[in-house]
Write a protein that binds this ligand. Sequence first.
Ligand code: AMP
Length: 253
Amino acid sequence: MKVLVPVKRVVDYNVKVRVKSDQTGVDIANVKMSMNPFDEIAVEEATRLKEAGKVTEIIAISCGVLQSQETLRTAMAIGADRAILVETDVELQPLAVAKLLKAIADKEQPQLIILGKQAIDDDANQTGQMLAALLDWPQATYASKIEVDGEGDAARVKVTREVDGGLEVVSLTLPAIVTTDLRLNEPRYVTLPNIMKAKKKTLDNVKPADLGVDVTPRLKTLKVTEPAKRSAGIIVPDVATLVAKLKTEAKVI
Ligand code: AMP
């Protein structure tokens, strides 16, 4: 079974982002960039399925600027066999990414595409769902467990999903789309030998025009603002004072 794993280069989750002074977006100049954490979980899961003998090939794909090659090398150091960069300087929105991924899926004919549930930079949570619609494939979002049942044409994928107040288990025919949630797995640390091996793996470079996709943005960001600052709290000496303040000042009890 061939698996595609789309991985996005985003601002590292440890970085405290700053909004640009003209409020058009966040400042990403000289900021540490990393693989979107949910995508790292997706690459790890595909790698575990390969180690279990369920998957034969893992292809990592990233759409974006040339530096996304670093993200693809990381994916290959975790376990992807080869990678494709869809290179563009245009700011990509989820629909454009979904169209690019569809074009690659049409060419590569994978049985499974595992995406992150959302990218932590724009928090869109749209690409997997849009891709499922464009391909007309079944989808299971927010996966906390993925199992491949059966072989060949009879193979199905069983996905446990985290839903409000419990778990839902669904069985999908293949080909299918799955998006990862945080508790699916804990990605391995990439080791130096694997980083070295990843440098030798194939990384193809294509442009959106090669795939016949128009990536012109459809949405315009009007304004980005910082969250309102919280006012400082106070420390009360005992419970009686707290209760009194909640009654007389906050008037919540
Ligand atoms: P989003 O819909 O933007 O929240 O992203 C959901 C998922 O789609 C991510 O976790 C990635 O797996 C994939 N994705 C989004 N943007 C890109 C991109 N530029 N390149 C590759 N994969 C992407």
